[in-house]
Design a protein around this ligand. Structure first.
Ligand SMILES: NC(=O)c1ccc[n+]([C@@H]2O[C@H](COP(=O)([O-])OP(=O)(O)OC[C@H]3O[C@@H](n4cnc5c(N)ncnc54)[C@H](OP(=O)(O)O)[C@@H]3O)[C@@H](O)[C@H]2O)c1
Length: 263
């Protein structure tokens, strides 16, 4: 008999995250928890997934991923092991916004949200090892400024802040992979696909792929043995790709240390 697994997917009230959660729930050995901020949307999504897959073990937990305290409270309440964490939630508002805690919102949700979820759930991932973290990043990445991560000095452009956040996802994947490898936890990042969504529309893109196509690589990393055999790597179209952002260890460690100060 196949082992039961329990997974958390963030951003599953959005296009790609919902398709990831549904794809995981197709296997009835998977219990799937979506971590969402909007209760009505979350309820609708899980109803749809349960109806589509017949898997009754799909539920939601409420959390604002821009807020460290809420994430750690969620992890404190979590009972038992966790086998898979898919960090996928992201925003890209056209005007600069701050979280309730005063952090530029793309840095808070897209970057610190991934960091805090991974940190907060590490004890549960250790208990579930072999376990995986899949960070949904993007090929559209760059412009990271370690001295101005919150766009306090640079003029805010949502595309620039977004590209920075996706570069950070790819860099921090390496930092976490190195720290969690000894505990049997792999950490990889990927480009999903180009899908029409609130996020991509805010960035001025329409998207040419279906949510299911966009979910294919994250799902593959979540379920295929390669997602455990490899760690600290970047994938696209079901293949590993060289990631230049994962090669600058000095910058990766500096970014990791800056993120650790947001506590
Ligand atoms: N779409 C693309 O073409 C594309 C391309 C490359 C990479 N990606 C990556 O794929 C991932 C998913 O993107 P998507 O296109 O599916 O975006 P999306 O449809 O806009 O979904 C974004 C998700 O993030 C959630 N979220 C935002 N802020 C949150 C917060 N503070 N707390 C909790 N949840 C929050 C949203 O919740 P609400 O429903 O409550 O707003 C929604 O579920 C992102 O990491 C993105 O960078 C997407």
């Amino acid at each position: 008999m196949t082992e039961k697994t329990i997974s958390i997917v963030t951003g599953a009230t959005g296009a790609i995250g919902e398709a990831i959660a549904r794809g995981l729930a197709e296997d009835h050995n998977n219990e799937v928890v979506i971590a969402a901020r909007d209760e009505n949307k979350a309820q609708n999504v899980i109803n749809g997934i349960i109806q589509a897959t017949g898997n009754q073990n799909v539920r939601y937990l409420l959390v604002d991923l821009s807020r460290r305290a809420e994430i750690f409270a969620l992890a404190d309440q979590w009972q038992g092991p966790l086998h898979l964490l898919v960090n996928n939630a992201a925003v890209s508002p056209r005007m600069r916004q701050e979280s309730q805690d005063g952090i530029e919102i793309q840095f808070a949700v897209n970057v610190l949200g991934y960091v805090w979820m991974t940190d907060a759930f590490t004890p549960h991932l250790k208990a579930g090892a072999p376990a995986r973290v899949v960070n949904v990043a993007s090929y559209w990445a760059g412009d990271l400024d370690l001295d101005d991560l919150e766009f306090k000095r640079r003029p805010y452009r949502n595309g620039t802040a977004y590209r920075q956040s996706k570069q950070a996802n790819r860099m921090l994947t390496v930092a976490f992979a190195e720290r969690l490898n000894d505990f049997g936890i792999s950490v990889n990042s990927c480009h999903p696909g180009d899908v029409s969504s609130k996020l991509s529309n805010d960035l001025g893109f329409g998207g040419i792929e279906s949510p299911e196509q966009g979910a294919a690589t994250p799902l593959w990393l979540a379920t295929n043995p390669v997602g455990h055999e490899k760690t600290g790597r970047y994938f696209s179209d079901l293949r590993e790709e060289r990631c230049r952002f994962g090669e600058n260890h000095q910058a990766i460690e500096k970014l990791y240390q800056i993120c650790a100060q947001y506590s």
